[in-house]
Design a protein around this ligand. Sequence first.
Ligand code: HPA
Length: 256
Amino acid sequence: MIGGTGVEHSALIEQRVITVETPYGTVKPVIGKLANRELIFMSRHGHNHATPPHLVNYRANIWALRELGVRKVLATAAVGSLSPNFHLGGLVLPDQFLDFTKSRPQTFYEGGQQGVLHVDMSEPYCFAMRQAIQEASENLGFQVKNGACYVCTEGPRFETPAEIRMFQRLGGELVGMTSVPEVVLARELGMCYATIGMVTNEAAGIAGHPLSHSEVIQSMKELGLNVAQLIHATFELLTPDQDCLCASANLEVGKF
Ligand code: HPA
């Protein structure tokens, strides 16, 4: 699991911090048990939100998860809403993204010995995992909307109202700063990946007041308990088998 802003690992039993060396740097995820399964918890922004979105070492995080044997990644992300369909405090599962990042390494496959991969992004967020999250939410009596177009901005600043109007015209429905390249890198290593988007604010210019990080944090606190329950219930439903194509995404490496 990759925990975004405001999501903690307190529910994990027998938890301990481990160190994983990767070709991209060292990461220190927490390992523990949830719903009788082993779970790795990766804090995207590190302790005390020390790493801003554009400086997160996405490749090290995803590589470490794969190295540890992870097959399915459940991420959380704070998002702003661009759409009247998605309200403050709502939970939304993105199914598409628009990438407006600028300075982030986007791939593990940089040619040479690593090879080249033009990974398929027809369905970036695993449909089977999204179904499991939806089923878990129905069991809990929570409302989760399955399907939304996530716009990923570079940050760390919030958007201008003009940018938000542009994203709306392009079909964007949620805005955040972290899903790309995380979702892409997970697919490159053949892992299933889904994000629970937590709507913390209306996007710039819609809200009618300036945006602040403390508004986002406050909303996350209010949402936190529901999300923790949803994560737990989802983990109980996940099985090792899968009827998605995520695991076969990198079969074409270097076959040109
Ligand atoms: N914009 C970008 N990222 C965000 C927002 C937003 O409005 N809210 C939470 N993360």
